[in-house]
Design a protein around this ligand. Structure first.
Ligand code: BG6
Length: 287
């Protein structure tokens, strides 16, 4: 299908009726629904669907830079680009396709991209939806140049939640984090679980799986990851929400970004080398 700006979108369905919608704009997932048709991802009512503006919601991919630490635009250029469908992707282990609906996308740098970031790469993204309704994003990034390059990456996942004040994130306790609200100063998490009562913008370092508990909806999201040591936790809260043109003033209550990412230690690829990172999102449904 195509959106109103003529950009192609691919919809994946599983046999139980769950679905996921992927846009070629940014290779971005814009919707992930349960088999009851409930939306699991947040997209702002003010989102702008016109490239090169990134879309506020779903799962934008931040690459090759996270945030504004570097010479590139905020969160890099991958989320602003039109990706193509990869008709002939190199094989992945069968676990990436068995029992799944999936689509392969590809991003290569344009002439313009090479001027601002002079590294030739191929970024292959496989989005899969399993019979259980799990969403998987497998990224393969290959250096096809003759010199090494380094990058950061984040799957900037906007989870849809009922009320930010009633949400708890587990799996990050005792970890160190970089606080984006304090020039990336390093702190250690002291609490048992993370709860929210003001703006949060952090990069937790070297975590394993993370769970988001949405008490009101009795839903738990589980984030599993491979090759993605860090986890970004972001909620803009009231003041920042008002400052963002493509975000409703009150919408911060219904979203929470928790990203699988590789940020603190950038990934370096030698010529010909490939990196793989995998994110798996699942949920325990409300009963
Ligand atoms: C977060 C950053 O991950 O993304 C924040 O740490 C930023 O600082 C947020 O505000 C949203 O970024 P953007 O570019 O999509 O507005």
């Amino acid at each position: 299908t195509k959106d109103r700006n003529g950009i192609s979108q691919v919809i994946l369905h599983n046999p139980r009726g769950a679905s996921a919608r992927v846009s070629l704009h940014g290779g971005q997932i814009l919707s992930w629904k349960t088999d009851h048709g409930e939306e699991l991802l947040f997209t702002s009512s003010k989102a702008i669907f016109k490239p090169p503006t990134p879309v506020r919601g779903g799962i934008p991919i931040c690459f090759p830079q996270f945030g504004n630490h570097g010479t590139l635009e905020q969160h890099g250029f991958a989320r602003n680009k039109i990706w193509v469908i990869d008709e002939n992707p190199p094989p992945l282990p069968p676990s990436n396709s068995n029992g799944k609906a999936y689509i392969d996308l590809l991003l290569k740098p344009s002439e313009h991209d090479l001027k601002i970031w002079p590294h030739t790469f191929e970024f292959r993204l496989r989005v899969g939806l399993s019979a259980d309704g799990y969403l998987t994003l497998t990224s393969r990034i290959r250096n096809i140049n003759c010199k090494p390059f380094s990058f950061s990456i984040a799957y900037h996942t906007y989870f849809s939640i009922t009320d930010i004040s009633e949400v708890r994130v587990e799996g990050l306790e005792t970890l160190d984090y970089l606080d984006n609200l304090c020039q990336r100063e390093r702190f250690t998490e002291q609490g048992d679980a993370i709860t929210f009562e003001s703006e949060v913008d952090r990069v937790y370092l070297s975590s394993s799986d993370v769970a988001i508990f949405d008490h009101e909806r009795k839903r738990t999201f589980i984030i599993r990851k491979e090759g993605l040591p860090d986890v970004v936790v972001w909620n803009p809260w009231e003041k920042k929400s008002k400052a963002m043109a493509d975000f409703g003033d009150e919408e911060y209550k219904q979203m929470l970004c928790v990203d699988g990412a590789a940020i603190e230690k950038p990934i370096t690829l030698k010529p010909g080398e490939e990196w793989t990172g995998r994110l798996e999102l699942s949920y325990l449904p409300s009963s």
